[in-house]
Design a protein around this ligand. Sequence first.
Ligand SMILES: C=C1C[C@]23C[C@@]1(O)CC[C@H]2[C@]1(C)CCC[C@@](C)(C(=O)O)[C@H]1[C@@H]3C(=O)O
Ligand SMILES: O=C(O)CCC(=O)C(=O)O
Ligand SMILES: [Fe+2]
Length: 362
Amino acid sequence: MATQTMQPLVFDASVLSRKPDIPTELVWSEKDRPTSDSFDELDLPVIDLASFFSGNDETALEIAKQVGEACAKHGFFLLTNHGVDEGLLEEAQRRTEGFFRMSLEEKERVKRKAGEIFGYASSFTGRFASNLPWKETLSIPTNAAEEYIVKTLGDDFQQYGNVLQKYSNAMNKLVLEILEVLGLSLGVGRWFRDFYSDNDSIFRANYYPSCLKPDLTLGTGPHYDPTSVTILHQDEITGLQVFVDGKWYTVSPKPNTFVINIGDAFMALTNKRYKSCMHRAVVNSTAARKSLVFFLCPRKDKILRPPESLINAEHPRAYPDFTWATMEEFTQKHYRADTQTANVFARWLQKNKEEGITVEWD
Ligand SMILES: C=C1C[C@]23C[C@@]1(O)CC[C@H]2[C@]1(C)CCC[C@@](C)(C(=O)O)[C@H]1[C@@H]3C(=O)O
Ligand SMILES: O=C(O)CCC(=O)C(=O)O
Ligand SMILES: [Fe+2]
């Protein structure tokens, strides 16, 4: 008798957004599903970046203190007066909308292949079997955004590639400034800025189609970003939620404002002085939502070891040394990034060391 193999689900928004019966692969277990009390707004400090760089030391120290408090508590804050051109933000959002509105077949010309970080993924149908996210993603290298888009989608997409390159360049400049604020807040000056000066980061556009049963699904499941620092730009639709003090809260979009959060790799680099924090994205029944995300990643072969001044008797090493290449591989080949990534990764490094497999901290 021939054995029947299960075909992976096809996540085609033009079909699924109209379907009241949700395929089981996209239904999340009850404990993870969004509840109505998760829409209370989270109170986050709004950091004025222009004031930080105004030349007044007292102002800069006060701003660094606010950032430090937020990062020691949950790792999230908002950023305004960031200097990124508003027209560029609008154009990046608009052209991204245009990309995701194309047919599945057209988008799959840039399909993300197994084990690869970059490309278009429609939910993660080929990658995971359950708890699939109600989203499509397009991930590209920030250091070669235009080249990547043109190479995969062709010359007709040159304008989109160019906008994503400009956006990536703007994020690269902005993240180094944010790292100056973070450096001042921990008393290490430009150490973080210098460490990431040759960063090799990831841009990701998230597209969350509307869903007729948003109470059963999640756009992005609960996770900590495994990366270093995340700069998120939401369109005008609400969806981001953060878990603080045992409860889910919403971080609504505000015009011309970025949401910044610390990821696991930066938590390790600060010797756990700063925390990464669990978050997720919910979907809704009426409107599609987009977010543009810059995930700061160090040059792949750089050892993540905290500055000496952050290590002492009161704060012994919280994580072993590692490279981003190893952590990235871990999230792609061994572990689905979730709420436990940093701890499971540290244990995995330890186990490899015990088994005599070379790890960076030998
Ligand atoms: C290194 C990475 C893994 C994820 C993409 C990223 O480039 C940065 C963040 C990670 C992720 C977004 C965290 C949430 C879970 C995840 C599976 C997702 O929902 O997209 C993660 C990414 C991944 O593709 O593994
Ligand atoms: O879309 C959002 O608001 C959050 C996305 C997110 O957390 C991620 O891509 O890591
Ligand atoms: Fe995230």
